[in-house]
Design a protein around this ligand. Structure first.
Ligand code: HEM
Length: 513
């Protein structure tokens, strides 16, 4: 069962928040499916799928080395990885790349979205892939190799002949062969020339199989004049067309066979990596945008609740939070522990995914007394029309908040390359000598790849003035432009605020508290 917060929350956002009020918009990179508006002849959805295959293809099942690990980022000048697709894909995934979203997970996500957005099935997305730090083995299949070589290559990676046929056919329902990269196949080397694998090159459908079987195919890897280059022709016929006939039998079978084989392709990872269960849209997910002191007597809690909903229900819900204070109120005092939320309005206050997910956002911002503070909250969703209530309590634990260390976002900023981060840390923790640090995921350029690498830097804090029961700790460090958009944790002993973004620091001034 999902427990908030999770270190995979960000990947879930990237999977499900494609449009509407709060959106990550990963899928924008492949809209439309038909073409890349900035590069004639190219089709980004097809490039993303091909990227996953090339990255995975050199897996060695016997040793557990290779697989989907983004080692392809170091291999893009190899002859077997010809074309613009790979650097373009990593260039795009870089926009979402972070200490919690590995390049390899983003490549897997991009295939799931490319297939799902362009008429294909919903491939389950597991996450937790770890990026390679250097290039791996050679061994991506090339068209001029014979069938026996291809069978051995796929077998080495853990796939049977039938698997190979399905994987290649499902892959080659999108896109085509570029004259610029493979002029010997297309016999036309102009920049924008592309010969598609089937007549519906931007739709994930069985035409690659039906046209092959009915003899109308124009697939350049089936009908090339130089038969040596006809790798699809040899592969598709490798089991006497049994698998191709199954793929062509009906669109549903095609979709489910492709989903199965692509899931296995994406989940081919180094044996040292453990993947999660497939990500599913989380029914109710809180987002805390600020949890910080406003003064000695008040702590501000600002955030949003994202509720998975349906189109006939999204404006029929009221959401309230009920919180548990960290300290009981004085005997004669009463404490209202209800936090009201307001439904977001802009763009109906909803966000959507590409697999029919619909979410409604409800927002809150409250000033809570520091004397009692907050330890956790539960969320109640009330259907206005019927009065029916549902309680969300984070698998029985409540949604936790730790006020031991608070990130004072308004007091933090970056001027030039000089970043100042301010934390408010409980006096009781500072007084016993606990050091307060920022653990900064510095990004830096690494030779031979366009994907930056991470190095965790520790920035030490300096104790400053007291604000009620807290002490302000100022943490200074320098950031080069490549790290303007990265993440850090604030740490005081056992207490942490994790995965805070640096991208807004440059747009604000450090305000005094
Ligand atoms: C023996 C195995 C394979 C061979 C020899 C092969 C060969 C090729 C070649 C020569 C191209 C043209 C690339 C270009 O001009 O940019 C291509 C494109 C493509 N391949 Fe494969 N491929 C194989 C397997 C696969 C598999 C298993 C997948 C996916 C699961 C896949 C997905 C794609 C896609 C989507 C394209 C179109 C790319 C675009 O339009 O930019 N291929 N393949």
């Amino acid at each position: 069962e999902y427990v908030w917060p999770s270190k995979h929350d960000r990947m879930e956002d990237l999977l499900v928040l494609q449009g509407g009020y709060i959106r990550e918009g990963f899928v924008d990179g492949i809209s439309p499916c038909t073409r890349n508006p900035n590069a004639p002849g190219r089709q980004t959805a097809a490039e993303w799928i091909r990227t996953a295959f090339h990255d995975m293809a050199t897996f060695d099942k016997a040793t557990g080395i290779g697989g989907l690990d983004a080692s392809l980022q170091f291999e893009t000048d190899r002859a077997e990885d010809a074309g613009d697709a790979f650097n373009a894909t990593f260039g795009f995934t870089n926009n979402y790349y972070s200490i919690r979203t590995s390049a390899a997970d983003l490549v897997a996500l991009s295939t799931v979205l490319a297939v799902g957005n362009c008429g294909g099935p919903k491939i389950p997305l597991r996450v937790g892939r770890v990026d390679a730090t250097e290039g791996g083995a050679l061994g991506v299949p090339e068209p001029q190799q014979d069938l026996d070589t291809h069978k051995k290559m796929f077998a080495k990676a853990g796939f049977s002949t039938e698997d190979m046929i399905a994987m290649v056919a499902c892959g080659h329902t999108m896109g085509g062969v570029h004259g610029k990269t493979f002029p010997e196949i297309t016999e036309n080397n102009t920049e924008t020339n592309v010969v598609h694998f089937d007549s519906s090159d931007s739709t994930f459908d069985p035409k690659v199989a039906t046209e092959y079987l009915d003899g109308t195919t124009q697939n350049p890897l089936v009908v090339a004049h130089n038969d040596t280059l006809n790798s699809d022709k040899r592969i598709f016929a490798a089991d006497n067309n049994v698998t191709m006939k199954a793929l062509a039998s009906d669109p549903k079978t095609f979709q489910s066979m492709c989903s199965d084989i692509f899931a296995r392709m994406l989940d081919t990872v180094p044996s040292t990596v453990t993947l999660t269960e497939p990500l599913e849209p989380i029914p109710l997910k809180p987002y805390i945008t600020s949890f910080a002191l406003t003064n000695a007597s008040h702590i501000t809690l600002t955030g949003r609740i994202r509720l998975l909903t349906t189109s006939d229900k999204y404006d029929d819900e009221r959401i309230t939070l009920t919180y548990t204070p960290r300290f009981a109120p004085a005997a004669n005092a009463t404490l209202d522990t209800t936090i009201l939320t307001t439904p977001a309005n802009f763009q109906l206050g909803t966000s959507n995914g590409i697999f029919g997910e619909l979410f409604k956002w409800h927002e809150f911002s409250v000033a809570l007394p520091t004397s009692t503070s907050i330890k956790s909250f539960n969320v109640t969703v009330t259907r206005i029309s019927t009065g029916a209530q549902t309680l969300y309590n984070n698998a029985g634990r409540g949604y936790p908040l730790d006020d031991t260390i608070l990130y004072q976002d308004e007091q933090s900023c970056r001027v030039g390359n000089n970043a100042t981060l301010v934390a408010a840390v409980r006096k009781s923790v500072v007084d016993v000598g606990t050091s307060v640090v920022a653990s900064m995921a510095r990004k830096y350029h690494k030779q031979g790849t366009i994907v930056p690498a991470f190095e965790t830097e520790e920035w030490k804090g300096e104790v400053g003035k007291e604000v009620g029961e807290w002490v302000l700790v100022t943490i200074k460090g320098t950031q080069q432009p490549e790290s303007y958009s990265t993440h850090f944790d604030l740490v005081a002993g056992e207490s942490k605020v994790e995965y805070l973004g640096t991208n807004v620091l440059g747009q604000q001034q450090c305000k005094e508290l």
